[in-house]
Write a protein of this length. Structure first.
Length: 217
């Protein structure tokens, strides 16, 4: 990130923080307004998979950590962003997951927190008519999380584990820039009529956002 900032000093600012602390949300919004003069959009794109275990073995302390990071930090970021986003007719793009609507053995904490993200996005849509709020299902992306799934969680995932191994083996994982381009375009240009929707990154309704990577600086 620091290298990116060095390449684009007028367009990038970096803030390092622990998302378990709600103070990070306050600092993030303050930094955006101080450095760039306003906040037009926010992308909620963070999360952890752990803990991975069956419900009967659920470590409640680790579930609480997962929800602090995956969900409550998102609530804090949105809460602090609302005044600026409302003022600028802004956009909130929530990166959700297929796990929000499709259960996987061992993924209770992750899936439940992502389902909460979807509801959070929908609640923002009905409460704030000047903010466009969209939840995106980004597909299965070639990331560190996928590496973690393949290498660490076979014991707890049952038959679903083989699916993720096959996606990698057969070259079916998405590259981050594929859904990333759509998410960035939505943050910049999402139409108001999309508010409140939960959509696949490559949904037909998002066709116009899938071909505009040349506009992203």
């Amino acid at each position: 990130m620091e290298a990116l900032k060095a390449s684009y000093p007028k367009q990038v600012e970096v803030l390092v923080g622990d998302l378990q602390s709600t103070n990070v949300a306050i600092k993030a919004v303050e930094t955006a307004v101080t450095v760039f003069g306003k906040l037009n959009a926010i992308i909620i794109n963070h999360g952890i998979l752990q803990p991975v275990s069956r419900l009967e073995d659920a470590p409640l302390d680790k579930w609480k950590v997962a929800f602090d990071i995956n969900f409550f930090s998102a609530v804090a970021l949105i809460k602090e962003s609302i005044p600026e986003l409302r003022r600028n007719n802004g956009r909130a793009i929530f990166v959700s997951s297929g796990a929000a609507v499709t259960p996987y053995q061992g993924w209770g904490a992750y899936g439940a927190s992502k389902a909460g993200i979807n509801h959070l996005a929908q609640t923002l849509a009905v409460e704030e008519e000047r903010i466009t709020s969209i939840s995106i299902r980004p597909g299965v992306i070639d990331t560190k999380m996928q590496e973690e799934i393949r290498e660490q969680h076979a014991e707890h995932m049952g038959s679903a584990h083989e699916r993720f191994r096959d996606l990698k083996k057969n070259g079916k994982l998405l590259q981050p820039q594929e859904p990333g381009t759509v998410i960035a375009e939505l943050a910049l240009h999402a139409r108001r009529e999309l508010t409140g929707l939960f959509l696949n990154w490559n949904a037909e309704q998002l066709g116009e956002y899938q071909t505009k990577s040349s506009r992203i600086v």
